[in-house]
Design a protein around this ligand. Structure first.
Ligand SMILES: Cc1cc2nc3c(=O)[nH]c(=O)nc-3n(C[C@H](O)[C@H](O)[C@H](O)COP(=O)(O)OP(=O)(O)OC[C@H]3O[C@@H](n4cnc5c(N)ncnc54)[C@H](O)[C@@H]3O)c2cc1C
Length: 502
């Protein structure tokens, strides 16, 4: 490609205005105030894709209620490693957000985070036994020591009345409750950070600007071709470091950068839908996020949940997500996204992953062809008294699951988040979506360590990182006293003392 003369030089370019770029931009501006940072977003507003409140489930993922983070092993034991990692990571996120409250960057934390209990709910012999074992394994760890378990009908009915109404008293049921769960408006949170960034010296946020190409220059810098969608004019910008935080749009940009580390990656889009309750007295009766168990073949992030949400100060009740399939990589993307992402270097991993995930394909076909009656049936498993006229169907955000090369299988489908780095750390791309926004702070701390190792080790960065995240460099998973003190600080600063609407 014939690259034009660059008219803009920068220290950092962030592609995409979602929570990931917001978090990284805020960190970098705090750590290196003199850096020139540009943020490019193809939409005419920030957080228009997955980070927007109605596009995600708003669960502050702490592994309190999500059963897919605690797999049962072949010997019947429960592996809690992933749960502990995610719980500790969410505490770190809360630490950073608490500092943003102290600094006035988040003006009103109640617009952003609310305390909503996290519960798991299962039925049947096998599942109730699994939940009991999970509870016993987690309860021993300090991050989960407040967890409660019950298989008593009346107690569960107090925790989740809507779910128990109309249910047979003799049904075998079990539930757990973590009172300190959270609902997070990731859109509001990101907007607070973008508004700080927009007002900071040396930062420019350019909306309605689409990154079309990324090329490496001979001196190691990166040159980006960016189209102004208002004027149709394309300009070039250079930068020492680029973060591709384009959500579903990250994979095509990684492919354009042509870094060897990015070859062999593919993406599998999974869309989602919610049922949103329109009946105020039902909304009032529920105050929890209640997660169930995934059915066979279903992707872990499509585990159904009945959730209290707080969006723009208003209480809401959502059920879902119902998974679906679309070839778009972004909610506001193109149906050509998936076909255009297929290259010689990822076609085999894509085919192999498809062959090894037949139950998932079958599950998605079933989900796409669901009638309103099928959706009501799924909701009725959680809420036996549900009526269709009390609920409206709404589109959720789009996720692109990572497919990558695997020596044994040819290609594997992953449900987590993965950051792909250029060898010298001058480019980083975030792929995948789970546990996503909740762990954005830890993801960005790892990213900065890998991309700016020389700076991260300096006294200046260490001091500032410890100011932003008091537990930085220590382990909340291992140090119970530190975890307790950290929770006390964040509970106070984020106004999480009381359960919302209690
Ligand atoms: C249905 C669903 C439920 C979820 N539930 C939860 C949950 O409960 N808890 C949780 O923690 N996480 C959840 N997630 C995941 C979470 O939403 C994401 O991890 C997070 O929002 C990703 O943020 P991001 O900044 O990477 O991407 P996004 O918020 O998608 O932002 C990417 C931005 O890049 C822009 N862009 C794309 N291409 C270009 C380009 N070429 N040029 C310029 N701009 C571009 C897009 O327009 C977009 O604004 C959920 C996601 C979905 C879809």
């Amino acid at each position: 490609m014939n690259m034009k003369e660059s008219n803009n030089t920068n220290d950092v370019i962030l592609i995409g205005a979602g929570i990931m770029s917001a978090t990284l931009g805020t960190f970098l501006k705090k750590l290196e105030p003199s850096w020139q940072i540009k943020i490019f977003e193809r939409m005419d507003r920030v957080t228009a894709e997955s980070s927007e409140a109605w596009n995600n489930a708003g669960t502050g993922h702490s592994a309190f209620c999500e059963l897919n983070y605690t797999p049962e092993m072949e010997d019947g034991s429960i592996n809690i490693d992933k749960a502990v990692k995610i719980a500790a990571s969410f505490e770190v996120s809360k630490e950073f957000w608490s500092t943003l409250v102290q600094e006035g960057i988040i003006e009103d934390p109640t617009n952003t985070l609310r305390r909503i209990p996290h519960m798991s709910f299962v039925w049947g012999d096998e599942n109730t036994e699994y939940l009991r074992k999970r509870y016993e394994a987690l309860k021993k760890h300090h991050l989960f020591s407040d967890m409660e378990f019950s298989n008593n009908y009346d107690e569960i009915a107090q925790w989740m009345p809507l779910i128990m109404e109309g249910r047979d008293r003799n049904e075998k049921l079990a539930a757990t409750c973590m009172d300190i769960g959270t609902d997070v408006n990731f859109g509001a949170l990101s907007r607070s950070m973008f508004s700080y960034l927009e007002n900071a010296d040396g930062v420019e946020l350019k909306l309605h600007h689409e990154v079309e190409d990324i090329k490496r220059l001979d001196n190691g810098d990166w040159q980006l071709e960016i189209k102004n969608l208002d004027t149709g004019k394309t300009d070039t910008y250079t930068t020492k470091f680029v973060f591709i935080g384009a959500g579903g749009g990250s994979l095509p940009l990684l492919e354009k950068s042509d870094i060897p580390e990015g070859r062999g990656y593919g993406g599998f889009p999974i869309s989602g839908k919610w049922l949103v309750c329109n009946k105020p007295d039902l909304i009032e009766q529920h105050c929890a996020k209640v997660y169930g168990k995934a059915s066979v073949g279903s992707p872990p992030m499509s585990v159904p949940h009945l959730d209290t949400r707080v969006i723009d100060g208003k209480k809401a009740l959502l059920f879902g997500p119902y998974a679906g399939f679309s070839t778009k990589f972004l909610k506001h993307g193109s149906y050509m996204d998936l076909p255009q992402s297929i290259k010689w270097n990822n076609i085999w991993p894509l085919i192999s992953a498809g062959v090894h995930n037949i139950p998932l394909t079958k599950y998605l076909i079933e989900q796409v062809t669901q009638s309103p009656e099928d959706r009501l049936e799924a909701l009725s498993e959680y809420m036996p008294t549900a009526k269709m006229e009390d609920w409206e169907l709404m589109d959720a955000g789009q996720r692109v699951q990572v497919i990558k090369k695997d020596e044994k299988e040819g290609g594997i489908l992953e449900f987590g988040t993965e950051v792909v780095y250029a060898k010298d750390g001058s480019l980083a791309t975030l792929l995948g979506a789970s546990p996503g926004a909740s762990t954005s702070v830890s993801i960005m701390l790892d990213l900065m360590k890998k991309c700016f190792p020389g700076l991260e080790a300096t006294e200046k960065w260490q001091k500032e990182l410890k100011r932003l995240i008091p537990s930085y460099g220590q382990s909340l998973a291992k140090d119970a006293a530190l975890a307790k003190a950290t929770r006390e600080r964040t509970t106070e600063l984020l106004h999480l003392r009381e359960v919302a609407f209690s």
